[in-house]
Design a protein around this ligand. Structure first.
Ligand SMILES: [Zn+2]
Ligand SMILES: [Zn+2]
Length: 316
């Protein structure tokens, strides 16, 4: 009698442990907007905490050694990395070319106080095409703080760049890219709210240009896709082969700890939350399992060539 009670208790405990283990098993998802953190373990803490299997790191042109260490310490978790350099400096082209030769799979995040159609970014669009790598650009027309400034400005006229650089694979990201899903956006806020007016620049350009893709990360992506559920499901269906999941989350534990969204006051809706978790849940409830799989895995592999690089994330 006593034994059978114990067995039942043990059985219940084993079952409970199995349920917990299943709940904690990371989902096969690749976070393509993971800014490289200071230590290998800090990178893995965010992945594990948010229940994500893999990531692509947004690093710098000189991150080869750090990516190699990460690959050695945590094999297979990082499927590749993008390199960034100060594009306002004349050496940027040489540094980024060297980074790609050293294994970088793309340019990004490219976030500088320049015009989207200005000479600095035009040089990068050309170079990305020449090296056959994508370029991830942060578009922002409204500063979040008095001193922040704006980045890659003029998104409303970006069609001219898509036409001028047909061989460049552009990945659109951030406030202006996402606010422009609505046709009534006039650079009035960083993160506009309310229902979306169909016919926005972003929706149109994604439909018309094979060389434009969208990065779903950050408060900007989450905000845009939270405004109008009916619009969201149509948008995700329309562009199901061109949108790529990423978090751009700066929480430390994958559960919203630390400062999410790098202390950006305009993004306070994400305070105490992990953007990765929030956006994955949003995508899951807004689309089918097959489309979710494209957005969180397949599109990244195809667009960023992750399969070929999976075993050698940091060739040196
Ligand atoms: Zn950004
Ligand atoms: Zn997080």
């Amino acid at each position: 009698m006593k034994l059978s009670k114990l067995n039942r208790r043990q059985f219940t405990a084993t079952l409970a442990a199995a349920v917990v283990a299943r709940a904690q098993a990371p989902e096969q998802v690749v976070d393509c907007h993971h800014h490289l953190r200071r230590t290998a373990d800090a990178n893995i803490a965010h992945l594990d905490g948010s229940g994500i299997s893999n990531a692509l790191a947004l690093a710098r042109e000189n991150s080869v050694a750090q990516m190699r260490e990460l690959a050695e310490k945590h094999p297979g978790r990082f499927l590749g990395w993008f390199a960034s350099a100060d594009i306002t400096k004349p050496e940027a082209e040489d540094l980024l070319t060297a980074a790609v030769r050293n294994g970088a799979a793309g340019f990004g995040e490219i976030k500088f106080h320049v015009e989207a159609a200005g000479p600095e970014l035009r040089r990068m669009y050309s170079l990305a095409a020449e090296l056959k790598v994508p370029i991830l650009v942060h578009f922002q027309e409204v500063p979040h703080t008095p001193t922040e400034g704006v980045f890659s400005t003029g998104f409303k006229n970006f069609e001219a760049m898509l036409k001028a650089y047909p061989k460049t694979k552009f990945i659109g990201h951030a406030d202006a890219f996402w606010a422009n899903v609505s046709a009534d956006y006039a650079n009035q806020d960083a993160y506009p709210t309310g229902s979306i007016k169909p016919g926005g620049v972003t929706d149109k350009l994604l439909g018309d240009y094979a060389n434009l893709y969208g990065d779903l990360s950050a408060n900007s992506g989450n905000n845009a896709l939270s405004r109008d559920p009916e619009f969201t499901s149509g948008f995700l269906t329309r562009h199901q082969d061109k949108l790529i999941f990423g978090s751009d989350c700066s929480c430390i534990d994958g559960k919203g700890g630390g400062i999410a969204q790098a202390g950006n006051p305009a993004a306070s809706r994400m305070a105490g939350k992990c953007v990765a978790r929030e956006t994955l849940a949003l995508l899951k409830r807004s689309t089918s399992p097959a489309v979710f799989r494209k957005l969180t895995w397949e599109n990244a592999h195809r667009t960023y060539g992750l399969v070929a690089r999976a075993s050698t994330p940091a060739r040196g």
